[in-house]
Design a protein around this ligand. Structure first.
Ligand SMILES: Cc1ncc(COP(=O)(O)O)c(C=O)c1O
Length: 468
């Protein structure tokens, strides 16, 4: 039974009058809060404080840590973003050096910016057909660490947005040989480790800090996430200090109660929920093997649940496939790139969800190959821009707007991301290349969501550093 929910429910039936926040006083609410306001409290007597937990929140977090196999776990009410900011800040000293994968989420870059960090990148490369980022390997990490003795922490992402999983066990060994901590952004992996058909969680594989978005893959509301700590390399006081800095001083009890329940449901019903997830997934994949042109990303050890869909005849590039699935079949995908579409499945999906996508893809496959449009195998950028200046020295400098087509050779003054997934295509301080400018132009013409550029009078502008 979820303790926090029960305590909130019991409290809702008492006659305590609220001379405290929130302003709805547990009854005056619109439709959105109507069902939940009775439990929406703050740090009142008899409850607890997430920033200094001693009672119910301490025990609920301890329960979560035991389920995931962590020494300590911290509820995050500002998403994995807050956990990543805190993890990086607590492990690398102000002005220190961080080794990170270039395909990390923007939150890692933001942490580096806030702490004036020097960044050294790991470039895991791209999948040669799908063009998505690969997971980083232990030998890439080992090589990078050999080349630089000043690195204070390593941050990698696993699983990637597309479900590719790194060998975290080996990477942790390599990183620990240097006596520094490994942070794993496992935002897409809160469901790992609950069933043998899925990869293990990095919490079980030797990582020192693991951050998971509960809202991405568990039945939990948006913004909920958790940070796990293991081993002896993490200064807990520093970590808690940064969690206090980056998280709201009014953590929502609704979110925290929902987190407890989501973890509880996932854990107590793991065999049943993941069993039927696996059965539905396998049935769908078996049927989709009949496709002639539509094909799927398949790599060993991949996370089950990420269906990365591509038309190898190029009749339907990623965004077009996404639009057809949305408009004709009313199937809302997670995201599209120029080359592929991503559908996400979790324990929350119904049989109908699998059947509708299977049916739609089988029908679309009939249309593929009609006109064999020549296309690249990999529609993504091949080379990443070079770093000219450090992020922390570049972001915030005076900038000027430049026409995208004239920006080659100039230094970026702003991040440019495809959203989702929020991985920067260019970071402030990097040099615009001809390939990047062409790629951005192409993304815009395909209707992809590019953040960090301005469109005006049918022209595209980017922000460049005004004076070097
Ligand atoms: C790999 C990765 N890390 C971190 C985040 C941030 O997570 P949140 O939205 O929970 O703050 C995301 C969000 O998309 C992500 O894809």
């Amino acid at each position: 039974m979820a303790d926090l929910y029960q305590k909130l429910e019991e409290y809702a039936h008492t006659d305590y009058y609220p001379y405290h926040m929130p302003g709805h006083k547990r009854h005056l609410c619109g439709n959105v809060l109507a069902q939940t306001a009775r439990w929406d409290i703050t740090e009142i007597d008899g409850f607890d404080n997430l920033h200094a937990p001693e009672g119910i929140l301490k025990s609920v977090q301890e329960k979560a840590a035991a389920i995931y196999g962590a020494k300590e776990s911290f509820f995050l009410v500002n998403g994995s973003t807050a956990g990543i900011l805190s993890a990086v800040s607590a492990t690398v000293k102000q002005g220190g050096k961080l080794l990170m994968t270039r395909g990390c989420h923007k939150a890692v870059y933001h942490a580096a910016y806030l702490r004036n960090l020097e960044i050294k990148y790991l470039y895991p490369g791209q999948h040669e057909v799908f063009g998505c980022n690969l997971a980083v390997t232990a030998s890439q990490v080992e090589q990078a660490l050999k080349e630089d003795s000043d690195i204070q922490a390593v941050c990698i992402v696993s699983p990637t947005y597309e479900g590719l999983v790194a060998d975290v066990e080996e990477i942790a060994k390599v990183v620990h040989k240097r006596g520094i901590p490994l942070i794993v952004d496992e935002a897409h992996g809160a469901h790992l480790g609950f069933h043998p058909a899925w990869p293990k969680s990095s919490v079980q594989l030797g990582a020192d800090i693991v951050i998971q978005s509960l809202h991405k893959t568990l039945p939990a509301p948006t913004q909920t996430a958790i940070l796990h700590v293991n081993g002896s390399l993490i200064d807990r006081r520093e970590l808690k200090k940064f969690l206090r800095i980056y998280q709201s001083s009014s953590p929502s009890y609704l979110l925290m109660a929902a987190m407890e329940e989501a973890i509880e449901i996932t854990n107590s019903r793991a065999t049943e929920l993941f069993g039927s997830f696996l059965a539905n997934w396998t049935e769908m994949c078996d049927k989709l093997q009949n496709c002639r042109y539509i094909h799927f990303l398949k790599e060993s050890g991949m996370d089950i649940g990420k269906l990365v869909i591509r038309d190898k005849s190029h009749t339907f590039p990623g965004q077009q496939l996404y639009d057809i699935l949305l408009e004709k079949y009313h199937l809302q995908m997670e995201m599209a790139t120029g080359g592929y579409v991503l559908a996400m499945f979790t324990i929350g999906d119904t049989k109908e969800g699998y059947e509708r996508l299977t049916e739609a893809l089988l029908q679309i496959d009939e249309e593929c190959g009609r006109e064999q449009i020549p296309g690249q195998t990999n529609e993504n950028m091949q080379t990443l821009p070079q770093v000219k200046y450090k992020l922390c020295e570049s972001w915030g400098k005076d900038t000027k707007e430049m026409l995208l087509k004239e920006a080659v050779g100039y230094i970026a003054g702003e991040f440019i991301n495809l959203y989702p997934p929020g991985i920067p295509l260019i970071v402030p301080g990097e040099i615009f290349t001809e390939e990047l400018c062409g790629y951005l132009q192409d993304c815009m013409s395909k209707g992809l969501n590019v953040q960090g550029i301005t469109e005006r009078d049918s022209a595209i502008f980017v922000s460049c550093i005004a004076k070097e």
